[in-house]
Design a protein around this ligand. Structure first.
Ligand code: ADP
Ligand code: MG
Ligand code: ZN
Length: 301
Protein backbone atom coordinates (compact mmCIF):
# COMPACT_ATOMS: atom_id res chain seq x y z
CA UNK A 1 0.00 0.00 0.00
CA UNK A 2 1.23 3.49 -0.80
CA UNK A 3 1.66 5.60 2.33
CA UNK A 4 2.90 9.00 3.38
CA UNK A 5 5.08 9.95 6.32
CA UNK A 6 3.48 12.95 8.02
CA UNK A 7 5.22 14.87 10.80
CA UNK A 8 3.61 17.58 12.93
CA UNK A 9 6.04 19.56 15.04
CA UNK A 10 4.83 21.83 17.81
CA UNK A 11 6.35 23.67 20.73
CA UNK A 12 5.34 20.82 23.08
CA UNK A 13 4.91 17.69 20.93
CA UNK A 14 6.29 16.11 17.78
CA UNK A 15 4.01 13.63 16.05
CA UNK A 16 5.05 11.14 13.38
CA UNK A 17 2.46 9.15 11.47
CA UNK A 18 2.21 6.76 8.57
CA UNK A 19 -0.91 7.73 6.64
CA UNK A 20 -2.70 6.01 3.76
CA UNK A 21 -4.01 7.86 0.71
CA UNK A 22 -7.49 7.61 2.15
CA UNK A 23 -6.42 9.29 5.36
CA UNK A 24 -6.15 6.27 7.64
CA UNK A 25 -3.50 6.67 10.30
CA UNK A 26 -1.67 3.36 10.27
CA UNK A 27 0.94 4.14 12.88
CA UNK A 28 1.59 7.13 15.12
CA UNK A 29 4.29 8.09 17.62
CA UNK A 30 4.42 11.18 19.79
CA UNK A 31 7.59 12.68 21.26
CA UNK A 32 8.29 15.69 23.45
CA UNK A 33 9.63 18.82 21.76
CA UNK A 34 12.73 20.48 23.16
CA UNK A 35 12.38 24.23 22.75
CA UNK A 36 15.88 25.08 23.98
CA UNK A 37 18.16 23.08 21.68
CA UNK A 38 20.14 24.30 18.67
CA UNK A 39 18.81 23.98 15.14
CA UNK A 40 21.66 21.52 14.41
CA UNK A 41 20.54 19.25 17.26
CA UNK A 42 16.92 19.62 16.22
CA UNK A 43 17.61 18.53 12.64
CA UNK A 44 19.91 15.74 13.75
CA UNK A 45 17.15 14.18 15.84
CA UNK A 46 14.59 14.78 13.09
CA UNK A 47 16.86 13.26 10.42
CA UNK A 48 17.40 10.16 12.55
CA UNK A 49 13.68 9.69 13.17
CA UNK A 50 12.86 10.12 9.50
CA UNK A 51 15.73 7.94 8.25
CA UNK A 52 14.79 5.09 10.61
CA UNK A 53 11.31 5.09 9.14
CA UNK A 54 12.50 5.39 5.54
CA UNK A 55 14.65 2.28 6.06
CA UNK A 56 11.57 0.23 6.89
CA UNK A 57 8.97 1.73 4.56
CA UNK A 58 9.13 3.26 1.08
CA UNK A 59 6.95 6.30 1.56
CA UNK A 60 5.50 8.25 -1.36
CA UNK A 61 6.77 11.38 0.35
CA UNK A 62 7.42 13.14 3.62
CA UNK A 63 5.25 16.05 4.76
CA UNK A 64 6.34 18.25 7.64
CA UNK A 65 4.10 20.69 9.52
CA UNK A 66 6.20 23.32 11.29
CA UNK A 67 5.14 26.17 13.62
CA UNK A 68 6.99 28.79 11.62
CA UNK A 69 6.45 31.56 9.09
CA UNK A 70 8.28 31.01 5.84
CA UNK A 71 8.10 33.08 2.67
CA UNK A 72 6.75 30.57 0.14
CA UNK A 73 5.29 27.09 -0.06
CA UNK A 74 8.44 25.07 0.28
CA UNK A 75 9.30 22.01 -1.73
CA UNK A 76 12.46 20.39 -2.93
CA UNK A 77 12.73 22.73 -5.91
CA UNK A 78 12.76 25.94 -3.93
CA UNK A 79 15.86 27.18 -2.15
CA UNK A 80 16.98 30.28 -0.27
CA UNK A 81 13.89 30.56 1.81
CA UNK A 82 14.67 30.94 5.44
CA UNK A 83 12.31 30.89 8.40
CA UNK A 84 11.21 34.43 9.31
CA UNK A 85 9.41 33.87 12.62
CA UNK A 86 9.14 30.91 15.00
CA UNK A 87 7.90 32.22 18.37
CA UNK A 88 7.63 28.76 19.94
CA UNK A 89 10.77 27.18 18.43
CA UNK A 90 13.00 30.27 18.19
CA UNK A 91 16.11 28.34 17.12
CA UNK A 92 14.47 27.80 13.73
CA UNK A 93 14.60 31.50 12.77
CA UNK A 94 16.96 32.00 9.86
CA UNK A 95 17.13 28.30 9.00
CA UNK A 96 17.03 27.52 5.27
CA UNK A 97 14.50 24.71 5.20
CA UNK A 98 15.28 23.63 1.64
CA UNK A 99 18.84 23.00 2.74
CA UNK A 100 17.86 21.40 6.06
CA UNK A 101 15.66 18.83 4.34
CA UNK A 102 17.98 18.24 1.38
CA UNK A 103 19.08 14.94 3.00
CA UNK A 104 15.76 13.44 1.95
CA UNK A 105 15.84 11.19 -1.07
CA UNK A 106 12.05 11.09 -1.42
CA UNK A 107 9.71 13.98 -2.33
CA UNK A 108 8.98 16.21 0.61
CA UNK A 109 7.02 19.28 1.52
CA UNK A 110 7.02 21.68 4.47
CA UNK A 111 4.04 23.79 5.43
CA UNK A 112 2.96 25.88 8.40
CA UNK A 113 1.41 23.65 11.07
CA UNK A 114 -1.88 25.53 11.37
CA UNK A 115 -2.28 25.59 7.59
CA UNK A 116 -1.86 21.81 7.71
CA UNK A 117 -4.53 21.52 10.43
CA UNK A 118 -6.83 23.61 8.23
CA UNK A 119 -6.25 21.32 5.24
CA UNK A 120 -6.86 18.28 7.44
CA UNK A 121 -10.20 19.77 8.47
CA UNK A 122 -11.04 20.56 4.83
CA UNK A 123 -10.18 17.02 3.76
CA UNK A 124 -11.65 14.88 6.53
CA UNK A 125 -12.92 17.11 9.31
CA UNK A 126 -15.45 19.78 10.13
CA UNK A 127 -14.56 21.84 7.07
CA UNK A 128 -15.39 19.20 4.46
CA UNK A 129 -18.46 20.88 3.03
CA UNK A 130 -17.35 24.46 3.61
CA UNK A 131 -16.04 26.84 0.98
CA UNK A 132 -14.65 29.28 3.54
CA UNK A 133 -13.65 28.78 7.17
CA UNK A 134 -10.92 29.35 9.71
CA UNK A 135 -9.09 26.75 11.80
CA UNK A 136 -7.25 27.65 14.99
CA UNK A 137 -4.69 25.39 16.63
CA UNK A 138 -4.70 25.89 20.38
CA UNK A 139 -1.50 24.51 21.87
CA UNK A 140 1.81 25.92 23.06
CA UNK A 141 0.90 28.95 20.95
CA UNK A 142 -2.06 29.78 18.73
CA UNK A 143 -1.82 29.06 15.03
CA UNK A 144 -4.47 29.67 12.42
CA UNK A 145 -5.26 28.88 8.83
CA UNK A 146 -7.76 30.39 6.41
CA UNK A 147 -9.71 28.50 3.77
CA UNK A 148 -11.20 31.07 1.37
CA UNK A 149 -13.33 30.16 -1.65
CA UNK A 150 -12.20 26.55 -1.57
CA UNK A 151 -8.48 27.23 -1.17
CA UNK A 152 -5.87 27.72 1.51
CA UNK A 153 -5.14 31.46 1.65
CA UNK A 154 -1.38 31.90 1.99
CA UNK A 155 -1.13 35.64 1.65
CA UNK A 156 0.98 37.57 -0.81
CA UNK A 157 4.23 36.03 0.45
CA UNK A 158 3.07 32.83 2.08
CA UNK A 159 2.78 34.02 5.65
CA UNK A 160 -0.92 34.82 6.06
CA UNK A 161 -3.26 34.15 8.94
CA UNK A 162 -1.39 34.68 12.16
CA UNK A 163 -4.47 35.11 14.28
CA UNK A 164 -2.45 34.28 17.37
CA UNK A 165 -0.76 37.63 16.94
CA UNK A 166 -3.89 39.66 16.42
CA UNK A 167 -3.80 42.42 19.02
CA UNK A 168 -6.71 42.03 21.42
CA UNK A 169 -5.44 44.22 24.27
CA UNK A 170 -4.01 47.72 23.98
CA UNK A 171 -4.31 48.79 27.60
CA UNK A 172 -1.99 46.40 29.41
CA UNK A 173 1.47 45.41 28.31
CA UNK A 174 1.23 41.64 28.21
CA UNK A 175 4.30 40.45 26.30
CA UNK A 176 3.96 37.86 23.55
CA UNK A 177 6.45 35.27 22.32
CA UNK A 178 6.54 37.12 18.96
CA UNK A 179 8.17 40.11 20.58
CA UNK A 180 4.98 42.17 20.52
CA UNK A 181 2.40 42.85 23.20
CA UNK A 182 -1.30 42.22 23.72
CA UNK A 183 -1.54 39.36 21.19
CA UNK A 184 -4.30 36.75 21.38
CA UNK A 185 -1.63 34.08 21.96
CA UNK A 186 -0.49 35.92 25.11
CA UNK A 187 -3.98 35.39 26.57
CA UNK A 188 -5.45 32.20 25.16
CA UNK A 189 -2.62 29.69 24.55
CA UNK A 190 -1.52 26.88 26.87
CA UNK A 191 1.63 28.89 27.59
CA UNK A 192 -0.45 31.92 28.60
CA UNK A 193 -2.67 29.80 30.89
CA UNK A 194 0.36 28.34 32.61
CA UNK A 195 2.02 31.73 33.03
CA UNK A 196 -1.12 33.10 34.59
CA UNK A 197 -2.07 30.25 36.92
CA UNK A 198 1.10 28.25 37.50
CA UNK A 199 -0.66 25.10 36.26
CA UNK A 200 -0.30 23.47 32.85
CA UNK A 201 -3.34 23.59 30.58
CA UNK A 202 -3.68 19.85 31.01
CA UNK A 203 -3.71 20.19 34.80
CA UNK A 204 -6.24 23.00 34.54
CA UNK A 205 -8.44 20.73 32.44
CA UNK A 206 -8.41 18.11 35.19
CA UNK A 207 -9.16 20.76 37.80
CA UNK A 208 -12.01 22.16 35.70
CA UNK A 209 -13.50 18.66 35.45
CA UNK A 210 -13.56 18.66 39.25
CA UNK A 211 -15.26 22.08 39.14
CA UNK A 212 -12.35 23.88 40.79
CA UNK A 213 -13.04 27.59 40.48
CA UNK A 214 -9.47 28.67 39.67
CA UNK A 215 -9.47 26.52 36.53
CA UNK A 216 -13.04 27.32 35.55
CA UNK A 217 -12.21 31.01 35.81
CA UNK A 218 -8.99 30.63 33.81
CA UNK A 219 -10.84 28.91 30.95
CA UNK A 220 -13.62 31.48 31.10
CA UNK A 221 -11.11 34.29 30.66
CA UNK A 222 -9.30 32.38 27.95
CA UNK A 223 -12.64 31.97 26.11
CA UNK A 224 -13.30 35.70 26.33
CA UNK A 225 -9.94 36.51 24.74
CA UNK A 226 -10.47 33.95 22.02
CA UNK A 227 -13.97 35.32 21.40
CA UNK A 228 -12.57 38.81 20.95
CA UNK A 229 -10.18 37.57 18.28
CA UNK A 230 -12.82 35.48 16.52
CA UNK A 231 -15.33 38.34 16.54
CA UNK A 232 -12.82 40.64 14.86
CA UNK A 233 -11.96 38.10 12.19
CA UNK A 234 -15.67 37.48 11.56
CA UNK A 235 -16.03 41.23 10.96
CA UNK A 236 -13.04 41.26 8.64
CA UNK A 237 -13.85 38.20 6.54
CA UNK A 238 -17.49 37.32 7.19
CA UNK A 239 -16.52 33.73 7.86
CA UNK A 240 -19.21 31.73 9.67
CA UNK A 241 -17.20 28.74 10.82
CA UNK A 242 -14.24 28.64 13.21
CA UNK A 243 -12.83 25.18 13.99
CA UNK A 244 -10.71 24.77 17.11
CA UNK A 245 -7.99 22.10 17.01
CA UNK A 246 -4.81 21.47 19.06
CA UNK A 247 -4.65 19.77 22.44
CA UNK A 248 -5.92 22.75 24.38
CA UNK A 249 -9.16 22.48 22.41
CA UNK A 250 -9.92 19.43 24.56
CA UNK A 251 -11.02 21.94 27.19
CA UNK A 252 -13.67 23.23 24.72
CA UNK A 253 -16.62 22.69 27.07
CA UNK A 254 -15.01 25.02 29.61
CA UNK A 255 -14.06 27.96 27.39
CA UNK A 256 -16.77 27.71 24.73
CA UNK A 257 -19.60 29.52 26.59
CA UNK A 258 -17.58 32.72 27.16
CA UNK A 259 -15.90 32.39 23.76
CA UNK A 260 -19.12 32.36 21.71
CA UNK A 261 -20.68 35.07 23.91
CA UNK A 262 -17.79 37.50 23.43
CA UNK A 263 -17.36 36.57 19.75
CA UNK A 264 -21.00 37.52 19.16
CA UNK A 265 -20.62 40.70 21.23
CA UNK A 266 -17.51 41.66 19.24
CA UNK A 267 -18.87 40.89 15.79
CA UNK A 268 -21.35 43.14 14.02
CA UNK A 269 -24.97 42.16 13.68
CA UNK A 270 -24.57 40.84 10.14
CA UNK A 271 -21.40 38.73 10.49
CA UNK A 272 -22.46 37.32 13.88
CA UNK A 273 -25.76 35.91 12.67
CA UNK A 274 -24.46 32.56 11.53
CA UNK A 275 -21.27 32.48 13.54
CA UNK A 276 -20.29 28.97 14.67
CA UNK A 277 -17.34 27.90 16.80
CA UNK A 278 -16.83 24.13 16.88
CA UNK A 279 -14.33 21.69 18.33
CA UNK A 280 -12.29 19.68 15.84
CA UNK A 281 -13.13 15.98 15.81
CA UNK A 282 -9.73 15.17 14.34
CA UNK A 283 -8.08 16.61 17.45
CA UNK A 284 -4.38 15.93 17.41
CA UNK A 285 -4.49 14.42 13.95
CA UNK A 286 -5.69 17.42 11.93
CA UNK A 287 -2.17 18.69 11.20
CA UNK A 288 -0.84 15.24 10.29
CA UNK A 289 -3.72 14.61 7.90
CA UNK A 290 -3.41 18.01 6.23
CA UNK A 291 0.31 17.51 5.76
CA UNK A 292 -0.34 14.12 4.17
CA UNK A 293 -2.95 15.68 1.90
CA UNK A 294 -0.29 18.04 0.51
CA UNK A 295 1.75 15.05 -0.70
CA UNK A 296 -1.40 13.51 -2.18
CA UNK A 297 -2.07 16.74 -4.02
CA UNK A 298 1.52 16.99 -5.20
CA UNK A 299 1.10 13.66 -7.00
CA UNK A 300 -2.51 14.42 -7.94
CA UNK A 301 -3.65 11.26 -6.18
P1 ADP B 1 1.93 21.90 20.15
O1 ADP B 1 1.35 21.52 18.83
O2 ADP B 1 2.21 23.34 20.30
O3 ADP B 1 3.09 21.02 20.53
P2 ADP B 1 -0.32 20.57 21.47
O4 ADP B 1 -1.44 20.77 20.52
O5 ADP B 1 0.30 19.23 21.58
O6 ADP B 1 0.82 21.67 21.26
O7 ADP B 1 -0.82 21.05 22.91
C1 ADP B 1 0.02 20.95 24.03
C2 ADP B 1 -0.63 21.66 25.20
O8 ADP B 1 -1.93 21.12 25.42
C3 ADP B 1 0.13 21.47 26.49
O9 ADP B 1 0.43 22.75 27.01
C4 ADP B 1 -0.83 20.73 27.41
O10 ADP B 1 -0.78 21.24 28.75
C5 ADP B 1 -2.17 21.02 26.79
N1 ADP B 1 -3.14 19.95 27.01
C6 ADP B 1 -2.97 18.61 26.88
N2 ADP B 1 -4.10 17.94 27.20
C7 ADP B 1 -5.03 18.89 27.50
C8 ADP B 1 -6.40 18.86 27.90
N3 ADP B 1 -7.05 17.72 28.05
N4 ADP B 1 -7.03 20.03 28.10
C9 ADP B 1 -6.38 21.22 27.95
N5 ADP B 1 -5.10 21.30 27.59
C10 ADP B 1 -4.41 20.17 27.37
MG1 MG C 1 0.59 21.80 16.99
ZN1 ZN D 1 2.40 37.89 19.30
Amino acid sequence: METILAIDIGGTHQRFAEISLTGDILEKNTYQSHPHISSEEFFEILRKRISDRLKKTSFLGVAVALPVLMPVLMNEKVGNNSVQDAPNLPFLVGVDLAQSFSFLSVPWIVENDANCALLGEAWLGEGQKESSFCCLTLGTGIGSGLFLNGKLWKGVRGMASEMGHLKIDFLGNTPCTCGGQGCLEAFASATALQKKTGYTAQELYGMACRRESLALHAFEQMGESLGRGIGSVANLLNIDLFILAGRLSQAFEFFYPSCIRVAKESAMKGPRQHLKIVQSKLGDDAGLLGAAWLIKKKFQL
